[in-house]
Design a protein around this ligand. Sequence first.
Ligand code: TXA
Ligand code: MG
Length: 311
Amino acid sequence: MIVPADTQNIEAAAHALLEGKLVAFPTETVYGLGANATNGLAVVRVFEAKGRPRFNPLIVHVPDAAAASELADMTPLAVLLAERFWPGPLTMVLPRRTGSLTVSELVMAGLDTIAIRVPSHEIAQSFLRAAAVPVAAPSANVSGHVSATHASHVFEDLGASVDRIIDGGAARIGLESTIVSLADVPTLLRAGAIPREDIEAALGQRLAVHASGAITAPGQLASHYAPRSPLRLNATHAHAGELFLGFGSIGNGAALNLSEGADLREAAANLFAHLRRLDARRPNGIAVAPIPANGLGEAINDRLRRAAAPR
Ligand code: TXA
Ligand code: MG
């Protein structure tokens, strides 16, 4: 059920989470499907609800860097990035602290690292503080489907398998967090809501790019974030039977435009919702206008390429 984000519902949702139930909650990036990370059975339910391959580890959400440091080794670079970007849409993959809090092994899927995120969204913050346990939360969508940016998307995808969905309206950013590994040389594992350039500027060094092939983040699976209709990228117009998703001035005759003003932030916020809306019309295909590669455009193009990949 979808519930409004008032204090009482947030408390009740935190209570349900502690009982092992699944709670979907808004973050500034996309909605998360939350489980008590210390409860292995609850974590299993996340994989079941999403139909997600078991080898994919989950991001652990905590309210602040102090809570993060109980779970992970906050290296000097981690402290630097935390000061600059937390709370906010940065996920850091860090060495696990051994003998620390009892996060279920399933959350890390056998890795000796842990992915941690401190969301800035006010409702997410209230929820995490009320729960007072680390919350494992992938994006609240069926595995491989586009991420949910509205409470109604979560309901469409996951329905009854979620105990409750806290409604926080539309996700402000609409694109998942940027994932950086600091477990080894600083590496960009997933382009996301914070442009790579901003992180490199804060670190004072370039980020390595993850070698293709090995799956450490399923966002790296070739076909991911996919709507049902095939996607054709860098298109200037729709072919017969297709719907056109425009960007900026390349939007003549478009069914929808990601951003008429060619604003990459607006395009990111609209991306998944627009793909869902066009997909729901069951076209033969969706043709997408070219998106610039700078700033948030790196992450938008990454999601589009995966959505367009052969399945
Ligand atoms: O914005 C977001 O990050 C959203 C919101 C809900 O916080 N969450 C999200 O989670 O996108 P998910 O599960 O859809 O994507 C998490 C990514 C996966 O690609 C996963 O493989 C990777 O994080 N990941 C988790 N733990 C990891 C680890 N220890 N090492 C490498 N990658 C890891
Ligand atoms: Mg996801």
